[in-house]
Design a protein around this ligand. Structure first.
Ligand code: 13P
Length: 343
């Protein structure tokens, strides 16, 4: 493991004033989003959409890294420029999602285990050769009656830790993503309890697997009430709950925490991240930034709709959400950026 190189990459990803763009939807997930809008679910449509994203003017001003999936990292722009080259050309570090997706966990109805450890060492070596310098692995934790189980938390945390150790061995900075889902009617307090238990377990396993905290990034959920919970806390309450939980469980040696958006609107995700930075930035040991997919991409995808003529308008929308996210990471986001009102 080259510790120095890992720390340099980590710092380049989260040390500045930008964040990360997740554009690593698996083919089935991407197709599902395309199907909703009547966009053809083909390899060429997925390539064209990803070209729209990487060619967005100004993207490099907002994001320091972009997470690709296996199909995308092998693709190129229409003019033949590989996406990896197009990204590095505008100062964006290419990353790669390496997990094999969340599958049903045997004996645990309603719970998932993320697969993909078999053969991972060889895949990481190939991705490094292709230019990737960081990786992502997502575990999903459902909240519900009697959920999550200890078995689900332990096995997902173990996989995240083994993945992270393999990444660092290969010279890739691991993004460790244990996502406590927003689905359901649970309260913010329940989300807090579950998230803290999950993160404690994850960091314990990372420690056991000798993962260097200085060369990794945590990608957690914010502490939020379930989408169906009647009580929805204010932006400031969410910011306080989230930061106070993270202060309890995330070691100070971790350089950065990059939130997933998890189904929040772009506006809410920006407002909540902004509040965290405004209220706490001066006394945090780690950077608080973003690694959004939907909260940056969704308006652009809606506008594009698979039509060549809409590419430029879609790119403007993408840049707008990227700029809002960057402002939130700096604690400079405000309603005026959204035309005067926050939804
Ligand atoms: P969302 O921001 O849409 O939750 O996606 C982030 C991500 O990368 C999920 O793995």
């Amino acid at each position: 493991m080259n510790e120095q190189e890992l720390m340099v990459t980590t710092n380049a990803l989260v040390g500045g004033e930008k964040g990360l763009l997740a554009m690593d939807e698996s083919n089935p997930t991407c197709d599902k989003r395309f199907a909703k809008l009547g966009i053809p679910q083909t390899e060429e449509a997925r390539r064209a959409y990803r070209e729209l994203i990487v060619a967005t003017p100004g993207l490099g001003e907002c994001v320091s890294g972009a997470i690709l999936c296996d199909e995308t990292i092998r693709q190129s722009k229409k003019d033949g420029t590989p996406f990896v080259k197009a990204l590095t050309g505008v100062g964006i570090i290419p990353g790669i999602k390496v997990d094999g997706g969340a599958k049903d966990l045997a004996g645990h109805p309603g719970e998932k285990i993320t697969e993909g450890l078999d053969g991972l060492r060889d895949r990481l070596a190939e991705y490094f050769q292709m230019g990737a310098r960081f990786a992502k692995w997502r575990a999903v934790i459902a909240v519900g009656d009697g959920l999550p189980s200890r078995g689900c938390i332990e096995s997902n945390a173990e996989s995240l830790a083994r993945y992270a150790a393999l990444c660092q061995e290969a010279g890739l900075v691991p993004i460790v993503e244990p996502e406590v889902l927003m689905d359901g009617g649970h309260t913010l307090e329940r989300c807090r309890q579950v998230t803290e238990e999950v993160l404690r377990t994850v960091f314990n396993k990372l420690y056991n697997q000798r993962v260097m905290f200085e060369g990794m990034i945590l990608k957690p959920n914010m502490i939020l009430p379930g989408l169906a919970c009647p009580k929805q806390e204010t932006v400031d309450e969410v910011a306080d709950a989230t930061v106070n939980s993270l202060l309890r469980v995330v070691p100070a040696a971790v350089p950065g925490i990059a939130f997933l958006s998890g189904g929040q609107s772009g506006e809410l995700a920006s407002a909540r991240l902004n509040a965290m930075n405004v209220r706490f930035k001066q006394r945090l040991p780690w950077a608080l930034t973003f690694s959004f997919a939907r909260a940056i991409q969704q308006p652009a995808l809606d506008i594009w709709h698979g039509e060549e003529a809409k590419v430029s308008a879609a790119q403007k929308a993408l840049f707008h959400r990227g700029s809002c996210s960057r402002a939130a990471r700096r604690g400079q986001y405000n309603a005026a950026m959204e035309g005067g009102s926050l939804k």
